[in-house]
Design a protein around this ligand. Sequence first.
Ligand code: GCO
Ligand code: MN
Ligand code: MN
Length: 389
Amino acid sequence: MAASYQPSKSDKFTFGLWTIGNPGRDPFGEPVRPPLKPHEIVKIVGELGGYGVNFHDNDLIPIDASASERDSILRDFKKALDDHGVCVPMATTNLFSDPIFRDGAFTSNDARVRAYALQKTMNAMDLGASLGAKTYVFWGGREGTEVDASKDPRDGIKHFRDALNFLCEYSNDQGYGLRFALEAKPNEPRGDIYFATTGNYLGFIETLDHPEMVGVNPEVAHETMAGLNFFHAVGQALEAGKLFHIDLNDQRPGRYDQDFRFGSESFKICFFLVKLLEDSGYEGPRHFDAHAYRTEDLEGVKAFAAGCMRTYLILKEKAERWNADKEIQDLLAAIKREDPELESLCRGYSAEKAKALKARAFDRKEICRHPLQYERLDQLTCEVIYGVR
Ligand code: GCO
Ligand code: MN
Ligand code: MN
């Protein structure tokens, strides 16, 4: 299994303009790196073997840009996309930086703010669609509260639903064919953000006018901040046919939003995540929503971006190794006990089946005698990840 871990376009690795372009500002410190122009970021992504770049409207076009500034930025950006064979699979709206969003966008108490958020999003959808985006991400960073006296969460949810219903129709009306991907986060920048987890969104989506157009964009860091198992969250999204996009990075539980290089912290979860994405045949982009440490200069930023992709490919190879490992597969086969008769009894209710099942005797002690050997299974998994197997 010789592998170069060299990314190619077919791996579908993407970066946000805001990730490679992150200047290293944090709540306590000023930027440590000069800003990069969008076309310079495209060049970096292309040269490193990336497939695409994603952006918030204002990553590309500053909020107060004049028409001629906009034209010149777009010209340079499109040229760089062509020159480096980089595409734009996803776009999104910045509904959090400008002071107008200080208390939310779609969920603001102020009808003018909600209307402006809709207008800004329609304009950003026009921009994204014009550059080829097929997925549109909604991250409600400011949709939440510190002061629960200020808003009834039921109103926040209703406003958010109204906005998404409106925007689904807008996309259809324009013939954009966009799919919406909702990104959950428990907190930061708000004290508490509505729809704190991917599971919250999966429940909410079914209440929309066009649930088929809307899925999720889970992020490693966000579920991990909440102390949840990201592998499980992605499993539920995939099983529901709702994994429309994914934000890969890394994070230690219980900390601020760290956005570390993919696979730099939680080796085991990242291993199972990559294995799940690959085994499931997920075809969407592998998007890295992370940024380089504040200690880094431009070379460090490139090392960070290359590292995200290289680690993904290393874990992909480990997953293949795990799948092909005879001892692991024998252990898995021994865990699963099939019983076609019992399984058919338990699937698809009928009064007869219920009666037959209630009459059935189960030998609890006998069932427990069978060892599961999870110690061995987990040790072998660790050894695959540690590279000695
Ligand atoms: C964050 C989020 C954002 C979103 C981005 C795209 O914690 O800041 O992850 O980076 O992913 O706004 O919607
Ligand atoms: Mn994030
Ligand atoms: Mn994200």
